[in-house]
Unconditional design. Structure first.
Length: 320
């Protein structure tokens, strides 16, 4: 039976670096590279759409962005300093992936993970390299060891695997950033924009409507901080959408509620949404400015630039 070309293990918590070194040293001359410690920052939009899709977007210490899925690096790209939106990135597969995944939302840090990596090399009595590997430690105690066989040295590879098993190491899948975030209790929180509301068959209408209304209102409140901080235009948009859905619910189901409640609530909700109306209208125009610019002859561009400047000032006044 052919041996796997690579194997991955997780060491028990009571197994220390010295234990690992002593065990592997019995198989040959063990050499360690210098440890590299870095903090991987995980990025997503506010609803965590990337995470919800099963992928992970991370920013490396050198500033580059990487898109991972099922423990596999799918694509990567350099990212100019201060990049927050997909259109800030240079043309690349990652840029296209982000455009399809997050829309007009901005990227923001949602989690981080500290990882220490240390490469190992095992040589035989002839000083030939027979096994290569890497030790990854997440935090202070969660240690993973990956070893790779080299052509012609399958026996040495199996010996190392057995030594790791003797230490109590469990065979695991390749190191997966997503699984590590979940295990560390550091997974991004997915924000569901549409239900579910937990309505049960046979439930009375009024409590069901009240629960739906409360859920919609709470969702709208989740966007308020992003509106006030002017994080991106989607916060204003989703805030108004949530309030509009709530008003529609109260109109459609007003017969299930006390007579004066829907009218009072709708009036207050209209006031709240209306305060953002001008801001949203200006946002929509500014988001489409490149399309409008392309429709104009070159001679009109300076005037259009002046218009954009004035609308941007109007937007700041509407936001304040």
């Amino acid at each position: 039976m052919s041996l796997p070309r690579a194997a991955h293990f997780r060491l028990p918590e009571d197994c220390h670096q010295n234990d690992l070194q002593s065990a592997l040293a019995t198989a040959g001359q063990l050499e360690w590279a210098r440890a590299r410690k870095d903090t991987t920052e995980v990025l997503d939009n506010f609803p965590a759409d990337i995470w919800a899709s099963g992928a992970v977007l991370c920013r490396k210490p050198d500033g580059s962005l990487q898109w991972w899925h099922e423990a596999r690096l799918v694509t990567s790209s350099r990212a100019p300093a201060g990049s927050r939106f997909w259109w800030d990135l240079p043309a690349s597969a990652l840029r296209d992936q982000l455009a399809a995944s997050i829309g007009l939302w901005s990227l923001m840090p949602v989690a981080s993970l500290s990882i220490t990596r240390k490469a190992l090399t095992l040589r035989n009595a002839d000083a030939k390299i027979v096994v290569r590997g890497e030790v990854c430690t997440v935090g202070v105690a969660d240690t993973h060891v990956s070893v790779q066989a080299l052509r012609g040295y399958d026996a040495e590879f199996e010996q190392v695997c057995q030594l790791l098993r003797d230490l109590g190491a469990a065979a695991v899948e390749p190191f997966d950033l997503r699984q590590q975030l979940v295990a560390a209790g550091n997974a991004p929180q997915v924000l569901v924009l549409k239900g579910p509301y937990g309505i049960e068959a046979g439930e009375a209408a009024e409590p069901a409507v009240r629960r739906m209304a409360l859920s919609m209102f709470r969702l709208a409140r989740r966007f308020e901080a992003g509106v006030l901080d002017d994080t991106d235009t989607e916060f204003v948009h989703q805030y108004r959408v949530s309030l509009r859905k709530l008003r529609s619910l109260l109109s459609l189901m007003k017969s299930t509620l006390p007579a004066d409640l829907p009218l009072q609530a709708k009036s207050e909700l209209a006031r709240m949404a209306g305060a953002m109306g001008t801001l949203r209208d200006l946002d929509v125009f500014l988001l489409d400015q490149q399309r409008y610019r392309q429709m104009l002859p070159q001679a009109f561009h300076p005037g259009f630039d002046h218009l954009i400047t004035q609308i941007s000032k109007d937007r700041q006044r509407a936001l304040s």
